[in-house]
Ligand binder design. Structure first.
Ligand SMILES: Nc1ncnc2c1ncn2[C@@H]1O[C@H](COP(=O)(O)OP(=O)(O)O)[C@@H](O)[C@H]1O
Ligand SMILES: [Mg+2]
Length: 273
């Protein structure tokens, strides 16, 4: 009922999907997609059934990061889109449907239609987690997803410096407003430690992020270092946690995955209840 009542009344679970987890950031370029891909794979490596939805309509990057650029999903007999399968993940991206680089200036109805398709017209099958790479910012896509499906939790990705902090606050406020529980924050490119050295270099100045997290009782799930191999892995299309399973950074993702698996998420969007 447009314009009436509670917009969240329109929420409808995705068939077969236990938990929807959103990965968001206030700011672009902080490594959200990189973190999403590696985290989804780390979850799959624990034995969970994981789907990955690239909902970044303004800059889909999962096709490249997962080595399936230019591929197209097939249709099932009953006209559902079949996700591509890579490294045990079921993938869907707006990038499979339109050319990378095509300027997407979707607004309003078209945008909602596309999102609806991703939730209702994709054959996800049975999934423990559907991890969603959101576009940066706090706009229509985030709001629309929260209204369409019950979300178990959100993870916020940022870099350490204060210029990113105001965007973190906006993202946190948005998730709170749409009643999506925040599972925690990942501080990406937290530091750089050259191989074989004990010294850590601060690529970005440390801002007041820790203070803010303390005040808001939001947990920092991890500090992920800058590592050129992580970036290279994204270019090559084989994510770092797949190619470097024993590396320190892969273990960081494994830890976060373990945390998510042991958190008592419920599909109505309320952890610990
Ligand atoms: N921890 C990291 N170490 C090195 N490079 C990284 C790291 N995280 C992200 N990057 C690189 O930073 C760039 C932006 O990351 P991306 O995941 O596309 O950000 P976003 O999705 O937030 O726009 C990419 O080139 C990516 O490879
Ligand atoms: Mg991205």
């Amino acid at each position: 009922m447009a314009g009436h009542g509670n917009p969240f009344d329109a929420q409808e679970p995705i068939k077969g999907v236990k938990h929807v987890i959103l990965v968001g950031s206030g700011k672009g370029g902080v490594g959200k997609s990189t973190v999403t891909v590696n985290l989804a794979l780390a979850l799959a490596q624990t034995g969970a059934q994981v789907g990955l939805l690239d909902a970044d309509i303004y800059g889909p990057s999962l096709p490249r990061m997962l080595g399936c650029l230019g591929q197209k999903p097939m249709l099932s007999e009953d006209h559902l889109l079949l996700p591509l399968e890579r490294m045990g993940l079921r993938l869907m991206s707006i990038g499979f449907l339109v050319d990378e680089g095509a300027a997407l200036i979707w607004r309003g109805p078209m945008l909602f239609k596309a999102l609806d398709q991703f939730f209702r017209e994709v054959y996800w099958g049975d999934l423990d987690y559907l991890v969603v790479d959101l576009p940066p910012g706090t706009g229509d896509v985030q709001l629309s997803i929260a209204q369409k499906v019950p979300v178990s939790g959100a993870i916020v990705v940022t870099t350490p410096q204060n210029v990113a902090l105001s965007d973190v606050k906006r993202a946190v406020d948005m998730f709170t407003k749409v009643k999506v529980p925040i599972l925690g924050l990942i501080e990406n490119m937290s530091y750089f430690q050259p191989q074989g050295q004990s010294e850590r270099y601060q690529l970005f100045p440390k801002g007041e992020l820790d203070q803010y997290l303390k005040e808001t009782a939001i947990e920092k799930l991890a500090e992920l270092p800058f590592n050129t191999q992580i970036s290279m892995a994204g270019e090559v299309g084989i994510p770092y946690v797949e190619s470097h399973r024993d590396a320190k950074e892969a273990k960081i993702f494994a830890e976060i995955a373990k945390r998510i698996r042991t958190t008592d998420l419920n599909a109505e969007g309320d952890p610990n209840s």
